[in-house]
Design a protein around this ligand. Structure first.
Ligand code: ATP
Length: 231
């Protein structure tokens, strides 16, 4: 977690020491996740964006893969990209993968002042009220919301109020304080989902070019997602 700083995409801004992370099931990790993380790393001017695979995803059915397999695919995906890192704290923990717990542990390590940013796709952001202790999250981090093809910003009343209370369009405001703001950001839209990849593999079709080749090779090697079942 070293941050020596580099050029940021904002005129005249100093090197940025924010800790920026994107959590997810990554079942499997794909180019939608990776491109999002890389573009944010460049835009924010941080040394790295961290990918945090979950151990037991609280919001969805248990995945057919193990957390170690999903973690390994994330490691393979970023092995040759120094701008992206893997933070395995959720997989190593024996507690449920609640973002609240992850944020508390990060905040303890980073101290009270360092900006901490959690990246969420629009789908995840709009579903926030179903998360454990969700109203406490914004007191621990900023939320950077990235638009995702197929998901438009149409909030229920609760999320509409939440956004109005916390939204800013100023990156400088976000990076100048430790937590408390929501920033929506437009990136290269890639209409890729892990569901789509699992479905292709289960039907005997290649997901090549939707995810990195080492991830696809790992899926083949370990016969994940019903690959070649019955053959
Ligand atoms: P699934 O299809 O299994 O639900 P997923 O592709 O949505 O999986 P997750 O691991 O659930 O992947 O997502 C982790 C985070 O990445 C979430 O915040 C999600 O919104 C975001 N995300 C996933 N795919 C994209 C994409 N193509 N573009 C931008 N953000 C994405």
């Amino acid at each position: 977690m070293s941050h020596t700083g580099n050029a940021r995409g904002v005129e005249g801004a100093d090197a940025c020491d924010a800790y920026v992370f994107m959590g997810g099931t990554f079942d499997p990790i794909h180019h939608g996740h990776l491109r999002t993380a890389l573009e944010l790393q460049q835009w924010l001017g941080v040394d790295q964006v961290w990918l945090v695979p979950s151990r037991t995803p609280p919001h969805r059915d248990a995945p057919g893969t193990t957390s170690e397999q999903r973690l390994e695919m994330v490691r393979l995906a970023v092995a040759d990209e120094p701008a992206l890192g893997v933070d395995d704290r959720e997989v190593r923990s024996d507690r449920p993968s609640y973002s609240l717990l992850t944020l508390r542990s990060l905040r303890q390590e980073l101290g009270a002042e360092r900006p901490l940013c959690m990246v969420l796709g629009m789908d995840a952001y709009l579903g926030l009220p179903s998360w454990h202790g969700w109203e406490e999250l914004i007191g621990l981090c900023h939320i950077i919301v990235v638009r995702r093809p197929g998901y438009i910003y149409e909030p229920q009343a609760t999320m509409g109020r939440f956004t109005r209370a916390h939204e800013t369009t100023s990156l400088a405001a976000v990076l100048g304080m430790p937590c408390g703001r929501v920033l929506m950001h437009e990136l290269t839209p890639l209409s890729i989902s892990a569901t789509q990849i699992r479905q292709l593999v289960a039907r005997g079709l290649s997901p090549r070019y939707l995810c990195p080749d080492p991830v696809w090779h790992y899926i083949q090697q370990h016969r994940l997602y019903g690959l070649n079942e019955g053959s």
